[in-house]
Unconditional design. Sequence first.
Lengths: 226, 228
Amino acid sequence: MPSVSRAALAIAGKDIAIEWRTKTAIISGLVFAILVLAILYFSRDPTAVSDLDIAPGTLWVTFTFAAMLGLNRAFLLERERRAMDGLLLTPAPRSAIFWGKFLGNLVFVGTIEAVSLPLFVLFYNVPVWNRLPQLILVIAMATIAFVAVGTLLSAMVVRTRHAELMLPLLLLPFLVPPLVGGVQLTASLLNNRPLSEVWGWLKLIGAFDIAFVTVAALLFEVILDE
Amino acid sequence: MTSAPASTPPADLVLSARDISRRFGYRRVLNTVSLELYRGQVLLLVGANGAGKTTLLRVLAGLLRPSQGTVTHSAAVGLVAHDAMLYDALSAYENLAFFQRLHGGKDPARIRALLDQVGLADRADDRVGTFSRGMVQRVAIARALLAEPTLLLLDEPLTGLDERTTRIVLDVLTGLRDAGTAMMVVSHQPTDFLGVATHIARISKGGLTVPEPFTTASTTAPLTYDGA
C-alpha cells in the first residue's frame, strides 16, 4: 500500500498533467481573471474613488471567481468514465485523494494568481514591489483556506446534476471570513501601513487555514462513503 | 460458490459473501445473496436488466457497502465495469502507470507486458481519448490486472467489441482462469463464454440461484428465474 504522501503526489501530478494537456480550466480561469480586472478598471471613476481604495477588493474578487472555475474541474475529471471508482479500488488511503486534489488545486489557483497579480499591478499601478513578500504571504494564506473548503465541497457536489452551479452557492458563505481578511490585509499592505494594524486579520486567516484544512481532510472520507 | 466442488480445498477460497442485502432507500436491490468463489472458477452471472447484477459486482468489489451481510476476499480484487475508469487525456501507458503507483508499485516492464497481453503494445503512448470502445475496454482490463488480482469481476466485458477484440479478451480471460484467477462475469450473452465460464447463476429481483456447472445446455436455459 502506498503512503498517503506518495499517493497524494501521484494524484496531484496526474491532475496537473491532464490540465497541462487540455488547458481547459486554466485558460478559462485566466481569461476570466483578465476580463474582471479590465472591466472593473474601466468601469471605475478615478475622480471619485482612488485606485488604492478599490484595488484590494478587485484583486480578491478576481482570484475568487477565477479559481472557482477550476475547483469544479478537479472532481469532474474523476466523473468521466467513473475514474473515481478506479481510485477507490486501489489500496491507496482515501485521505490521499483529498490531499492530492488539494495540492493539484493549490497549483491551479496559484498559477492563476501568479499570472493575475502582475496584470493587477499593471492595471491599477499599485505599489506592491516593496511589500511583495508580505502580499504573497497573505495571498497564500487566504488561498489555502479557500482551496481546502473548495476541494471538500467540489467532492460533495460533483455527483449532483448542477455541480457547476452548486459549488459557488455552497462555497461563497464559507469564504467570507478569509476573503474579508485578505482584502483588509491587502489594503493595509498597498497603503504601506504596518501589518501590526491588521495583525488580528492575519491570525484569523491562519486560524481558518488550520480549521478548514483539518475539517476538510476529516470530512472527506465521510463524503466518499456517502 | 455455494456449490463449490468437494475436492476444492478451503485454502483456495477467494471470495466469500454471506447474506448480502443492499437497499437504495426503500428499494431492496440485493436480497440475502450468499456466494463463494474458488481459485480458477469462472461464474457467469445472468439476469434481466435491473435484476441487481451490477449492484452485486459493486458490493463484491467494495465500491458499495452492503446494507446487511459480509464480503471477504482473500487478496486483491480487479474490476472491469461498464465505465473504463480511465483518463482520456492520458496515454494507455500513463493511465496504467498512475494506477500502478496507487497500488504502491513502479514497474514499467509489467505495464508493457500487460499492454502486450491485451494487444495494445503498439498504442501504449496514444491517448485513451483517441481509442475505440474495444481498445478502451482492453486498457480497462489491463488496469484491472495491474495488482495481479486473484479475483476479477467483469461487468459486460464484451459489450460493443468486434469479433477480433472479443477473441483477444476471451483469450486473456481463459489464460487468467488457467492461471488460477477466480472470475465473476456479468453478461447477457452466455454463449460468448462457452469454454471460459465454469459455472452459471441467475439473478432476479436481487436473489441469486445456486450456481451450477456451465455447459452448452446452460446457454439455452432462460436468463432469469422466478425464485427470488
